[in-house]
Design a protein around this ligand. Structure first.
Ligand code: SF4
Length: 365
């Protein structure tokens, strides 16, 4: 299949692996920011192809995983309000909160509906004019424009019963928090390809300029990731960190201006609570006051207590790259995709799910 097979070509992969082995002489610790990269790395066995001195660890790039427990409890509380239909993407419904998950709430009578896009949520709002339809917006810069677009569409249609709960987050502040925290010593970052289609590869310029760390923005096929690692090895060996865009078929240096404009129109930047990182200033997208009527956090203020974190779950450390999933004592013994204790085992982008599905034997990280 064109556009896929050409990024899985075994001969080209071998050439890149050869290049990495030939060029690498110094230890190099790389973080793949994005959970999608973690899954691809595990699925294609990329760790096993690298020299021992090149190590990879997963990062905070799983929006479901970094959603704070208290925010999740707030979403579940909204689902229990009368005359409310809570709509969300599938990943979110099984993430455990303090007292069960959205799926539990649904089975107990709350109106929770899984949708594939905000278009579905808007349609539900049109079909149910007597009920409030809330879209639970969880995601990074990749999905935030679609939620912004849905709010603008609801405005245009006068769809007064459509709301969004924005738990959207920005990726660069999380990367800075990890580097400022000093728990992991990184010399390279595989930049999130999907996020960069929106904000541009230049948004990661702070890595070489402020931290002296190279960044390679990559796609999600094996050759994309191997090429990114090859670039990072070259930068490290030359001592010249920079931003390489190895996903040029999707990412422009300045990103997608139209999507950025939509985000700018609807959202303002404010503090956000992150699992594993705590509250980070200027890291969340909050709905602007001019769209307050669409903001579920204003329209439906619910009080929730500080959430109880699942005991023994090390998702926070996994998201900071401090431990790998197999170092969590609950991994595979208690916590499985069938019985997830933390979000990193639930989400399609969660590192624990990746290690579970593609082999816990890989503990080299
Ligand atoms: Fe949390 Fe389960 Fe991952 Fe452990 S294995 S960190 S309990 S999600």
């Amino acid at each position: 299949m064109r556009y896929i097979d050409e990024f899985r070509d075994p001969k080209l992969a071998q050439a890149l692996v050869k290049h990495i082995h030939a060029r690498s002489t110094k230890p190099l610790h790389i973080m793949e920011f994005c959970g999608g990269h973690t899954h691809a790395i595990m699925r294609y066995g990329i760790r096993q192809l690298l020299p021992q001195r090149v190590s990879l660890s997963s990062g905070p790039g799983c929006p479901v995983c970094v959603t704070d427990d208290t925010d999740l409890d707030r979403a579940i509380a909204l689902a229990w309000l009368p005359q409310v239909i809570l709509t969300t993407f599938g990943d979110m419904v099984r993430v455990p909160g303090s007292n069960g998950c959205l799926e539990d709430a649904k089975s107990e009578g709350a109106d929770v509906r899984v949708v594939y896009s905000t278009l579905d949520a808007l349609q539900i709002a049109r079909e149910n004019p007597d009920q409030a339809v809330i879209f639970l917006g969880v995601g990074f810069e990749t999905t935030a424009p679609t939620v912004a677009g849905s709010i603008l569409q609801a405005q245009r249609e006068g769809l007064d019963n459509y709301f969004a709960l924005s738990l959207h987050k920005l990726t660069p502040p999380a990367m800075r928090a990890i580097l400022d925290g000093g728990e992991v010593r990184l010399a390279g970052v595989i930049g999130p390809g999907h996020v960069a289609t929106i904000i541009g590869s230049e948004a990661w310029r702070f890595l070489p300029t402020d931290y002296g760390i190279g960044c390679a923005v990559a796609g999600f096929e094996p050759l994309d990731i191997l090429q990114a690692i090859a670039e990072l090895v070259d930068m490290h060996e030359k001592g010249k960190p920079r931003v390489a865009n190895v996903y040029a078929r999707s990412v422009r240096p300045q990103g997608n201006r139209h999507a950025q404009d939509m985000m700018e129109e609807v959202f303002e930047i404010g503090p956000g609570a992150w699992r594993g990182l705590g509250e980070l200033p200027n890291s969340a997208l909050l709905i602007r006051p001019r769209y307050a009527d669409r903001d579920a956090s204003r329209a439906f203020p619910v009080q929730v207590e500080t959430a109880r974190r699942p005991r023994g779950c090390r998702c926070g450390e996994v998201l900071r790259g401090v431990v790998i999933p197999t170092q969590c004592p609950l991994f595979q013994r208690v916590c499985t995709p069938q019985n997830p204790i933390g979000p990193c085992m639930v989400s399609a982008e969660g590192a624990c799910a990746a290690y579970y599905h593609y082999g816990s034997y890989d503990v080299s990280g």
